[in-house]
Write a protein of this length. Structure first.
Length: 59
């Protein structure tokens, strides 16, 4: 069970960090397009990573 808790805490940490970075970027750049592009890349990467992590734990 520690793996599942670790995975959950990693997800929460990544979410908070990414949200903070997005907020900072939005304030700095004042560009919605840049924020959407950045967040899209980050969330796709995070989704792929966590799918891979879950498969690794299951195996």
């Amino acid at each position: 069970m520690p793996e599942e808790n670790f995975s959950l805490w990693m997800l929460i940490t990544v979410f908070l960090v990414v949200t903070g970075i997005q907020a900072y970027w939005a304030l700095k750049k004042q560009s919605m397009k840049a924020v959407l592009l950045f967040s899209g890349v980050i969330w796709i990467g995070a989704a792929v990573y966590f799918v891979f992590l879950e498969k690794t734990i299951d195996i």
